[in-house]
Design a protein around this ligand. Structure first.
Ligand code: ZN
Length: 178
């Protein structure tokens, strides 16, 4: 069965990361894969595929964990074109590229339009609701400036915010940052 393969794969990865899975963080329903806390579904949204709530989610509740293969800095540098890298610390990056990482489908939105945020805890990344989310709503969080400048602004931000968060920097500002 596909789901059991996914679970096996993930537990191997969690072991590789050297962190035990905390019981407290376990999902409240046994039907879901162990990195998923709420019913969610991948489907087509405003900016391609997105992740949608399939049940109401309360403010502050954990939705899903951002999971993937654990990379060292060296390994992460080699994959710098991969947009799903989530840097946790100097020497730990989660490569969230695998499709079983449903959290990779969460799209970016600017602050005004988000309903979730990412929270790093003990080397793991959790996506939490920052406001009540209705069934059928797309889950969105702010990817942060660095990602937005590189991957979103060149194409234009599609989010519903009236005021988009980030602006392209002038060439001189970009240089001084490096
Ligand atoms: Zn925006």
């Amino acid at each position: 069965m596909l789901s059991s393969i996914m679970l096996k794969k993930q537990s191997a990865i969690l072991k590789k990361g050297g962190k035990k899975v905390s019981k407290k963080l376990s999902p409240n329903t046994k039907k879901l894969p162990n990195h998923q806390f709420k019913l969610v579904k991948v489907k087509r949204g405003m900016a391609g595929l997105g992740l949608f709530a399939q049940e109401p989610i309360k403010k502050g509740e954990m939705i899903i964990e951002y999971v993937g293969n654990i990379l060292t800095q060296e390994e992460a540098d080699e994959k710098s074109s991969n947009q799903y890298l989530f840097e946790i610390s100097k020497n730990k990056t989660i490569d969230g590229y695998p499709r079983w990482n449903l959290a990779r489908y969460i799209n970016h939105a600017c602050r005004e339009a988000v309903n979730a945020e990412s929270d790093v805890k003990k080397g793991r990344v959790f996506i939490l609701a920052t406001k009540g989310i209705k069934e059928g709503d797309e889950i969105l969080y702010d990817y942060g400036e660095e990602f937005a400048l590189e991957h979103i602004l060149p194409y234009g931000c599609n989010c519903k915010a009236k005021k988009h968060e980030y602006k392209m920097k002038s060439a001189s500002e970009m240089k001084s940052k490096k």
